[in-house]
Design a protein around this ligand. Structure first.
Ligand code: ZN
Length: 304
C-alpha cells in the first residue's frame, strides 16, 4: 500500500507524523530518526554485498571539499546556483564586536565574512578525482564512497534536500572499461531496486546546468546518452524521483586533473550514485511508513 497519494506535501507531513524525519526550520534540512537510519544502513549494506567481489577501494570524505576542485572541474561554470561556498570571519576584535551588534540588531552580517579555501561537497565523487592524478594501472581504478553532499536548492518537498548522502562508485580507465562497467551496474542497480519491490524505470537524463547555455549542454548530454537515472514514483506518479544516477564524464575529469591511462591517453571516468535518503523515501512511499508491515520478501532482503 502506498503511504500517501503521491503528493509532495502530504508525503512530507506523513514522514513527520511517523517520526521518521524531524524538521529543523530550514527547507531541505531535517533530522532522521533511528527507523529511517536503519533502513538507510540496510540498503547501503545491500549495495556493499552486491559489489563485494568487485575489489573497490573504500573511502569516506568530509562534507567539505577543496575549493580548487570545483574551480578546476568547471563546476562553478555549470552549476553556480547549486554550489555552497564556505565563508568565515577573518576579522579582529573590533570587527567581532560589530558582527555581534549586527546579529543582535537583526541586520545582514554577510559582508563580515570572507571566502575560505573550502566549499560544501556538491557530488559524492568530486573529492576523489584529484587523487587519481598521474597514470592509473592498466586495469584502471575502482573506488566506492559514502559522502554527504550539498545542493543549494531549498524546497518544501522532502525528496529535494539541501544535504544528503550518496553511496557512490567511481570507475577510471579507458572509455571501453568505464562504459562496460557502467552498463553492468545499470542492470545490477535496477535488479537490486526491483528486488525491493520498487517500480523502477531507467531513463536518459541530463544535469540541471545553469542558464541559457546550460540548456544546450543538457541537450547534448541527453543526445550522447552520458547520463542515466533510475526513477521511482515517490511524490508524483507523472514525475518519478531519481534514486540512482549513472554518469559517463568521458575525459572531463581526466583532463582537469591530468589522469592518464597506462597507454598514455587521457583517462575516462564514470560514476554511479544511489541517493540513499531518496531510496529510503521510495521504500516508505511504496510499502508504507512502518517497515514492520513491509512485504516479507522486501524485509528479508534488507534484514537478512
Ligand atoms: Zn559522481
Amino acid at each position: 500500500m502506498p503511504a500517501t497519494e503521491f503528493d509532495p506535501l502530504k508525503f512530507h507531513e506523513g514522514l513527520v507524523a511517523a517520526g521518521l524525519i524531524v524538521p529543523v526550520g530550514v527547507e531541505g534540512i531535517f533530522g532522521r530518526n533511528h527507523v529511517f537510519e536503519d533502513v538507510l544502513e540496510r540498503f547501503n549494506a545491500a549495495v556493499t554485498a552486491l559489489a563485494k567481489d568487485d575489489g573497490a577501494e573504500y573511502f569516506v570524505y568530509p562534507p567539505v571539499i577543496d575549493r580548487h576542485v570545483l574551480e578546476k572541474s568547471d563546476y562553478m561554470d555549470s552549476f553556480p546556483h547549486l554550489a555552497g561556498t564556505v565563508f568565515s570571519f577573518h576579522g579582529k576584535e573590533l570587527d567581532a564586536r560589530q558582527l555581534s551588534v549586527m546579529i543582535h540588531n537583526g541586520e545582514d552580517w554577510g559582508q563580515t565574512q570572507r571566502m575560505t579555501s573550502v566549499t560544501m561537497n556538491p557530488a559524492a565523487c568530486y573529492p576523489v578525482y584529484p587523487s587519481f592524478t598521474g597514470t592509473v594501472p592498466a586495469a584502471g581504478r575502482l573506488v566506492t564512497m559514502l559522502n554527504w553532499v550539498f545542493r543549494h536548492e531549498p524546497s518544501p518537498e522532502p525528496t529535494r534536500m539541501q544535504s544528503f548522502r550518496v553511496r557512490e562508485f567511481v570507475r577510471c580507465g579507458t572509455a571501453e572499461q568505464v562504459v562496460e562497467w557502467r552498463d553492468m551496474w545499470l542492470r545490477r542497480g535496477l535488479a537490486l531496486l526491483e528486488s525491493l519491490g520498487l517500480p523502477v524505470q531507467a531513463e536518459v537524463a541530463s544535469d540541471p546546468f545553469f542558464g541559457k547555455g546550460g540548456k544546450m549542454l543538457a541537450a547534448s548530454q541527453r543526445e550522447q546518452k552520458l547520463k542515466f537515472e533510475v526513477l521511482v514514483p515517490v511524490i508524483s506518479r507523472d514525475k518519478p524521483t531519481a534514486v540512482c544516477s549513472f554518469n559517463f564524464h568521458e575525459g572531463h575529469f581526466g583532463e582537469a586533473f591530468e589522469i592518464k591511462t597506462a597507454d598514455g591517453n587521457t583517462a575516462n571516468t564514470a560514476c554511479l550514485g544511489f541517493g540513499l535518503e531518496r531510496v529510503v523515501m521510495a521504500l516508505f512511499q511504496t510499502h508504507g511508513f512502518d517497515p514492520s508491515t513491509w512485504p516479507t520478501a522486501v524485509r528479508s532482503k534488507l534484514w537478512s
